[in-house]
Ligand binder design. Structure first.
Ligand code: ADE
Ligand code: ZN
Length: 338
């Protein structure tokens, strides 16, 4: 009789809610909400088109704009959580952008309620846990981020555990966002992470450290361009949320062979494995873990270590972290007993 091995437990700290919407769902949302679907966002195979970060953000913004109802948000998050739970994911931190929701006519409170419903439903069905990180959109400017910080502070939610930004790293400077992030740090216990060292080089990561002081960095892969920076990240235990396929698809690196995953690990920087915007980059969380094993030649036990790193540096509370570490520990015991 063949026995099915349990899936390697996975944790994801870097995925964008709108970036989980596949082409079929995007089409359905556009039809349902009476919006035109521009075929220009697809390639000849009917998948999302490739390109650089600004190109991608155009497609991504278009898809984010197909949503009109709070229930759409519940459905999107629920579908993603069910999908990743089946891949062995035990905990998700999802970046959600209230500015997109507001543009789509959904208030901050309705947005959070809709997302909380999805988390509760997915947990009841699969046991997966999830929390939310609020994402401001960098290219919308510092004033918008500041306004969003005030909204988040005025409306605390038990599932909101972090605050950060995504968007075009080539626009604006981290110093412009210092006020908003200082406000969050002074008024809340939220964890702080920002995208840096993806479209821009090591100086952008230095600027993030100097002006924002985040606990984690989204991508951060281009820190490899500066030895002193790598030492600093390792010393301060700043975690990189690495998304290998995203980096290849957006042209940050020409191939997995050229990806600096192993250099960063060997420099002693804590790393985690993530999918970023899975259907846009033709991937899944499980596939990213597989890439780490197949392309970066890391072992199952290394991958388990990255999962544990993600739990230890998650922005959720300690009780949940302990429960998650216990779940992962049980899997490690099955590996040893084989
Ligand atoms: N928003 C969604 N995906 C992103 C990425 N890879 N970089 C910056 N902003 C994003
Ligand atoms: Zn991202």
């Amino acid at each position: 009789m063949t026995q099915t091995l349990p899936l390697l437990p996975k944790v994801e700290l870097h995925v964008h809610l709108e970036g989980t919407i596949g082409v079929a769902t995007a089409r359905k949302l556009a039809v349902k909400n009476n919006l035109p679907f521009p075929e220009t966002i697809l390639n000849e195979n009917g998948h999302y088109k490739g390109g650089n970060l600004p190109d991608f953000l155009v497609s991504y913004d278009t898809v984010a704009g197909f949503i009109r109802q709070p229930s759409d948000y519940t459905d999107i998050l629920y579908a993603y959580l069910i999908d990743v739970a089946a891949q062995g994911c035990v905990y998700e931190e999802i970046m959600v952008a209230p500015d997109f929701a507001a543009d789509n006519g959904v208030s901050y409170v309705d947005f959070m309620d809709a997302l909380a419903l999805a988390i509760d439903k997915a947990r009841a069905e699969t046991g997966i846990e999830a929390r939310l990180n609020i994402a401001s959109l960098r290219h919308h400017g510092a004033q918008k981020t500041y306004e969003l910080a005030k909204t988040v502070i005025a409306n605390p939610h038990p599932y909101v555990v972090g605050f950060g930004n995504g968007g075009n790293e080539m626009m604006h400077h981290f110093r412009d966002f210092k006020l908003a992030f200082d406000l969050i740090r002074n008024e809340t216990n939220l964890g702080i992470h920002v995208h840096a060292g993806e479209a821009c080089g090591a100086q952008s990561v230095w600027d993030a450290l100097d002006y924002i002081n985040p606990a984690r960095i989204g991508h951060g892969v281009r820190s490899v361009e500066d030895e002193r920076l790598m030492d600093e990240l390792a010393e301060r235990r700043i975690v990189l949320e690495i998304c290998p396929s995203s980096n290849i698809e957006l042209g940050v690196y020409p191939s997995y062979d050229a990806h600096p995953f192993n250099v960063l690990v060997d420099a002693g920087i804590p790393v985690t494995v993530n999918s970023d915007d899975p259907p846009f980059f033709h991937t899944t969380l499980a596939h990213e873990y597989k890439i780490v094993q197949d392309k970066f030649r890391r072992t199952q036990s290394d991958c388990l270590h990255y999962t544990k790193t993600a739990i230890r540096h998650a922005f959720c509370g300690d009780t949940l972290k302990e429960q998650l570490l216990k779940r992962v520990g049980e899997y490690a015991e099955t590996l040893q007993s084989e």
